[in-house]
Design a protein around this ligand. Structure first.
Ligand code: HEM
Length: 477
């Protein structure tokens, strides 16, 4: 590797490398660094060489031209434990096992037909949120949309995965959120044992990281085991539609469509973890930012309300059949995902062979992080990139399906998000009803410019809004 042409790198410190350059919001720190060091930049995070890609061209080279060279995942300690040694989909290394699991995902779990079959669950959960908001509107009480939107997606996913609601389970909504957020933090954290061979494990024990990981693993494992056992009990009543555990148990029983690996209950638990972590926060964060942006720009809120009220008339609620007609709402969702991609650095990839990006050598076992947040703000591609302007998508074919590299909220290539349809269906239904049924105003004394649009700092694959969004609903329908 003597003649290697590595990507540019800022000066680094011994041992920690460039870790100290990552602020509390690493995608923002990386964006700033990329302005100085360019769209392909090499950082050493602990002991791990990491290539940061911050332009559409660089992302395209990695995720399209060389997708096969960089479609594996790294294997850090947090995901290793929580996914039963990578027996899930999100963190499974590229290979036969991942391919088979991905097939199950695409064909069985998140296919259009399967997503459609959960329509009544989504509509019921949205209805129950609308009833709650109606009550608040009678007393002009502000609604904490942050809390309520997370509760909405959590209860939808809970029912879709387990066929039942929180009631009667080990979790209440509050604990469930704590567990999800703690798991996300552990999945995104650096463990000293990975960065510092031989001694790192001692640091992890002293710092409490090891105990945190074990605690959350046991809690999730017990819970998943209990619901799997319930599903296998002879006393269980048949449901109208199969939930995700039913689908996976059938595959385990029949071993159908599954070649290279034999599925067991452990694989089911690992997939369930993915469904929760990938499915709950991403949808809630998108709805939340969309409502925050609209509250800040009431003229856009009004335009969106006029559209949905004209299309739906006095039907009283928006159902999933209606959302295809809501073109402006779809533009709002795209613009929200451009400015606030819930996973701003996507999910890290690991390279498998040598290739080049923009002439720089990339070697096997390097980490690739695509800064989708920075790419969505690239002034070469986006006019007034910091401004929320849904109209920019009028008569514009740019979409988030992984072919337009200036807009990558769901990633691209072999590892593109398989839950895209499920995610957008939920977001469209939730937002359409919020806008159709209520007018929204800011709490007394607050002005549009007072709305805090900062992001919440923390180590997690997903990033939300820093402060809770509280808005006062006024019933319209
Ligand atoms: C607005 C909603 C969502 C967003 C923005 C989102 C975003 C992402 C991103 C950025 C990735 C990484 C892609 C890459 O590496 O190139 C991903 C992967 C994944 N997502 Fe989503 N996601 C959403 C909803 C969902 C839902 C609802 C589910 C399922 C319940 C889901 C399941 C997954 C899975 C299983 C993967 C891993 C795929 C693999 O590694 O092969 N996502 N998602």
């Amino acid at each position: 590797k003597n003649n290697k042409n590595l990507p540019p790198s800022p000066p680094k410190l011994p041992i920690v490398g460039h870790l100290h350059l990552l602020g509390e919001l690493s995608h923002q720190s990386l964006f700033k660094l990329s302005k100085k060091y360019g769209p392909v930049m090499l950082l050493h995070l602990g002991g791990i060489p990491t290539v940061i890609l911050s332009s559409p061209e660089a992302a395209k080279t990695a995720l399209k031209v060389h997708d096969l060279n960089c479609c594996s995942r790294p294997s850090p300690a947090g995901p290793r434990r929580l996914t039963y040694n990578f027996r899930d989909i999100v963190f499974a290394p590229y290979g036969d096992y991942w391919r088979e699991m991905r097939k199950i995902c695409v064909l069985e779990l998140f296919s259009t037909k399967r997503v459609q079959s959960y329509r009544s669950i989504r509509e019921e959960e949205v209805e129950s949120l609308m009833n709650f908001i109606t009550e608040c509107s009678t007393s002009s009480t502000p609604v904490n949309l942050t809390e309520k939107l997370f509760a909405l997606t959590a209860s939808m996913i809970f029912k879709i995965a387990f066929g039942k609601s929180f009631q009667g389970s080990n979790f209440d909504n509050h604990r469930f959120h704590e567990v999800i957020h703690e798991s996300e933090a552990l999945l995104g954290s650096y463990f000293a044992s990975e960065c510092f061979p031989y001694v790192g494990w001692i640091i992890d024990r002293i710092s409490g990281m090891h105990q945190r990981l074990e605690g959350i693993f046991k809690e999730l494992d017990n819970f998943f085991q209990q619901v799997i056992d319930d599903h296998q009990s002879s006393e269980r009543k048949r449901q109208d539609q199969d939930d995700i555990i039913d689908v996976l148990l059938k595959i385990v029983k029949e071993q159908s469509g599954f070649g290279a690996a034999m599925l067991t209950e452990v694989n089911i638990k690992a997939v369930l973890l993915n469904v929760f972590l990938a499915g709950v926060d991403t949808g809630a964060i998108t709805m939340l930012w969309a409502m925050a942006e609209l509250a800040k720009k009431p003229e856009l809120m009004k335009k969106a309300q006029d559209e949905v009220r004209n299309v739906i008339g006095d039907k009283g609620k928006v159902s999933e059949n209606d959302t295809d007609q809501l073109q402006y709402l779809k533009m709002i969702i795209k613009e929200t995902l451009r400015l606030h991609p819930p996973a701003p650095l996507l999910i890290p990839r690991e390279t498998m062979s040598h290739f080049k990006i923009n002439g720089y050598d990339i070697f096997p076992k390097m980490l690739i992080q695509v800064n989708a947040w920075a790419i969505g703000r690239d002034p070469e591609y986006w006019e007034n990139p910091e401004e929320f302007i849904p109209e920019r998508f009028t008569n514009n074919s740019i979409d988030f399906k992984g072919q337009d590299f200036e807009f990558l909220p769901f990633g691209s290539g072999r590892r593109i998000c398989p839950g895209m349809h499920m995610g957008t269906t939920t977001v469209e239904l939730g937002l359409a009803n919020l806008l159709y049924r209520f007018d929204w105003k800011l709490p007394d004394g607050m002005k549009e410019e007072d709305l805090n649009m900062e992001e919440k700092a923390g180590i997690s694959l997903t990033i939300s809004k820093k402060t809770d969004l509280q808005l006062v609903p006024i019933k319209f329908y």
